[in-house]
Ligand binder design. Structure first.
Ligand code: NAP
Ligand code: ZN
Length: 337
């Protein structure tokens, strides 16, 4: 194949198996870096994109947005990265750089944000190109396999805790202990909160406690949430399925917040009165900015936060996606080259 072709595994239609795929990335842009990929985490959002659950997928495309690798080429105007440096890339590969949100360091809110694998090709591949601002140096202390899932899963749980002011007096519940959730427990502990894990999988109790949960609640146990009414300052839902949202909102203390990061298929319907009477809020959170990624990786390095991973060769991606769908991975699958 021509020297500058990138090869990976692509979905060509909604729900299709991934198949080998090559593309020509063209000339390296002045602000871009090319990265030789060593590891790529398998986020559940890749499955949503392959299945086109959100109606935004552009086929064919190579999924993967929890990328770690080594810089192999830098554009003529790149001054912050050098060839040979280890970097990570998450959900976002580019933004306009000049709107009010980019200027504020909130690039994830840019209207022209370019997700790494929507309209572009992502990390189930040998290489990837991104704007250098979205390639974040990885601290030496972190192993590539354990840090890859932090680039999307980690930042998605770190940012809301940071931005909603989680502190030692906070009572935080993490709902769904998967790729995002098992990192959420660790970050909530690092913020000093009292941490509760909400899970449908009772076999996750011991590990949840090892990861920082003070309490474990089996959400399949009818009424378990009702007993905890009025208990939490923050409930972070990482579940991509419909839930009893009213019981979750009722679990909040006055002024508490439900932050939704998992993407359920149906609309969230709740009554207004518990929001009004307790001045409770519902919000969402979208991964995090390059600045937050820098900060999150530094926090992870200093607090020993890392993903628990299962490693697979890149060419096993289709089998891995089935395992993730069946909730059989503990806790993040990582593909390696
Ligand atoms: P994951 O690894 O599959 O974990 C999801 C967890 O949710 C599962 O481990 C399971 O935890 C729980 N769960 C699954 N099915 C359930 C059901 N029917 N009812 C109740 N709980 C269920 O997925 P992930 O990679 O963490 O991603 C989770 C969601 O976050 C996805 O929707 C993804 O698209 C979204 N996401 C959003 C952002 C953002 O920026 N907002 C970023 C990344 C991902 P238990 O076994 O503990 O119950
Ligand atoms: Zn993701």
């Amino acid at each position: 194949m021509p020297a500058n072709e990138i090869s990976g595994l692509a979905a060509h239609a909604a729900g299709a198996q991934l198949v080998p795929y090559r593309y020509d990335p063209g000339e390296l842009k002045v602000n871009e870096v090319e990265i030789k990929i060593s590891h790529c985490g398998v986020c559940h959002s890749d499955i949503h994109l392959i299945d086109n659950d959100w109606g935004i997928s552009k086929f064919p495309f190579i999924p993967g947005h929890e990328i770690v690798g080594t810089v192999t080429a830098v554009g003529s105007q790149v001054r912050d990265l050098t060839v040979g440096q280890r970097v990570g890339v998450g959900w976002q590969a580019d933004s306009c750089g000049i709107c009010e949100w980019c200027r504020q360091g909130e690039e994830q809110l840019c209207a022209l944000s370019q997700p790494t694998c929507v309209g572009r090709n992502g990390g189930y591949a040998d290489s990837v190109r991104v704007n250098s601002r979205f390639a974040i140096p990885v601290p030496e202390a972190l192993e590539s396999e354990n840090v890859a899932p932090l680039l999307c899963g980690g930042i998605t749980v770190y940012s809301p805790m940071r931005n909603l002011g989680v502190r030692p007096s906070s009572r935080v519940g993490v709902i769904g202990i998967g790729g995002l959730g098992h990192l959420g427990l660790q970050f909530a502990k690092a913020f000093g909160a009292e941490v509760t894990a909400f899970s449908t999988s009772t076999d996750k109790e011991a590990e949840s406690k090892d990861l920082g949960a003070d309490h474990f609640v089996n959400t399949r146990d009818n009424g378990s949430l009702k007993k905890l009414a009025g208990s939490f300052d923050l409930l972070l839902s990482t579940v991509g399925a419909d839930q009893d949202w009213q019981a979750i909102v009722n679990g909040l203390r006055p002024k508490g917040t439900l932050c939704v990061v998992g993407v359920p298929p149906s609309a969230i319907s709740i009554q207004a009165f518990p929001l009004i009477a307790g001045q409770r809020s519902i919000t969402g959170s979208n991964t995090g900015s390059p600045h937050d990624l820098f900060e999150m990786l530094d926090v992870a390095a200093r607090h020993g936060i890392k993903a628990i991973t299962e490693r697979f060769p890149m060419d096993k991606a289709n089998e891995v996606l089935v395992k993730v769908k069946k909730n059989q991975v503990r806790y993040r699958a990582v593909l390696t080259n």
